[in-house]
Ligand binder design. Structure first.
Ligand code: URA
Length: 426
């Protein structure tokens, strides 16, 4: 077999077989296939697409490039969730302890920010001394002891994904359904939990821009999961505006804590309850008639919050977060009146990167304290002079930057009737 022939075959829109896909993944991992060939292969896949079988073979080959966890020693039903990524998405910080407080074992490996989207590991890194890297044995022990663990993606799991993900990030090949599905599902299946729930984001701040594509991607990931005998569900939720109000690592940790204490933004609470519901429903442990109420109760009686504190303590973190007195607060105020009709969420995510809260290149050190609080969201009424956005930065903002931020909020004299928080559950 020869990589050039495989690239040409995909370039010519032919279907690849399992052996060819396996050959590519193996060769790329052991560096016989070079980055420039892998880039060309990825672009051919991106442009011409992969069918369901090819996507399944790609997922399988990525899984086989690393280790699959043996969870036999975990006592209880094991669960996992994954978000396709967004702006202000701090769901994992709430959902992991919430689920653990409801008697399931939550194994969660997360990533860092990618492009304009934030990552759970960066958020956790804003907690002083919090350990996000644990050995496999420690990870499993903690899950047995307290019911949950939240760590960075293990180097041993889905080895090929790490290399491919980094390459896709710099070759314009991220937002393809099959490449995203195989990347996500390989990590989920190799982690080997009984139940997987996908939080599929749709909208201008997500990788999937429209509902049709988000549904197609969700169905594909569910199909892949089922071929590996996994129970998979998907919640399609909005990323047409940031989730909650906070954008930026430590601001988001504080908002997650507020949510765990029953004082969180409504959309964030609703998303977490829906995801927890979809997962717990599949365990058959609860009467589904009262299940949403049971879940909500744990967000309001400190049970989920106490579990979060236990999780942070087990991973050596120190709370509360320190207050950074050097931050400059700037209010972005409206120069007109009406309803917030649209928010350019993608550009808000990029603005965080500009403030230093996300990365422009892989090795960049980020500032955990900078960020933004969205004071008014879609369909809120705004008067001239009202603050729409609070910005926390390390240096004064330029006039252009402030004007640009204001331009990300479209104000009209009618409400946006198309908006929903949760679009569909599959
Ligand atoms: N999240 C992933 O894990 N992989 C992708 O390709 C995109 C989002």
């Amino acid at each position: 077999m020869n990589i050039v022939d495989i690239i040409i075959k995909k370039r010519n829109k032919k279907e690849l077989n399992e052996e060819e896909i396996k050959y590519f993944i193996k060769g790329y991992c052991n560096e016989e296939i070079k980055d420039y060939q892998a880039s060309s292969f990825l672009m051919a896949c991106f442009i011409n697409g992969l069918n369901d079988d090819e996507t399944y073979y790609l997922t399988k080959a990525i899984i086989e490039s690393g280790e699959t966890l043996n969870l036999e020693d975990i006592d209880g039903i094991t669960v996992d969730k994954h978000s396709t990524g967004g702006v202000g998405d701090k769901t994992s910080l709430v959902l992991v302890p919430l689920l653990a407080s409801l008697d399931v074992k939550v194994l969660k490996m997360s990533g860092r920010g990618l492009g304009h989207t934030g990552g759970t590991i960066d958020k956790l890194d804003s907690i002083p001394e919090f350990k996000t890297e644990l050995k496999k044995e420690q990870f499993l022990k903690q899950v047995n002891e307290i019911g949950c663990c939240l760590v960075s993606q293990s180097k041993e799991i889905a080895l090929a994904d790490k290399k491919l993900y980094a390459l896709r990030d710099v070759t314009g090949t991220i937002d393809n359904i099959s490449l995203i599905a195989s990347s996500i599902m390989s990590k989920k299946i190799a982690l080997n939990t009984d139940i997987i729930c996908l939080d599929v984001k749709v909208g201008n701040g997500a990788f999937f821009k429209d509902l049709k594509t988000a549904i197609k991607a969700s169905e594909l990931m569910i199909k892949i999961g089922n071929r590996f005998n996994k129970k998979v569900s998907a919640v399609i939720s909005s990323m047409d505006q940031p989730l909650g109000n906070a954008i930026g690592n430590s601001l988001e940790v504080n908002e997650a804590i507020d949510t765990l204490r029953g004082n969180g933004p409504k959309d964030l609470e609703e998303t977490c309850i829906e995801l927890a519901y979809q997962i717990l429903k599949q365990t058959n442990k609860y009467d589904i008639k009262n299940l949403k109420e049971i879940i909500k109760t744990n967000l309001h009686n400190n049970k989920a919050y106490n579990k979060f504190i236990e999780l942070v303590e087990h991973q050596n973190g120190k709370l509360p977060l320190p207050i950074n007195k050097n931050l400059i607060k700037t209010n972005i105020t409206s120069n007109t009146e009406g309803y917030i009709y649209q928010i350019n969420t993608y550009e808000l995510g990029k603005a965080l990167v500009e403030l230093g809260g996300g990365r422009k290149y892989k090795e960049q050190e980020i500032n955990y304290d900078v960020g933004m609080i969205v004071k008014l969201k879609i369909n809120d009424y705004v008067k001239k002079g009202d603050t729409i956005l609070e910005v926390y930065s390390t240096s004064p903002l330029s006039k252009d930057f402030k004007n640009n931020l204001l331009s990300l909020f479209t104000i009209k004299n009618t409400k946006n009737h198309k908006l929903k928080n949760i679009y569909k559950v599959l």
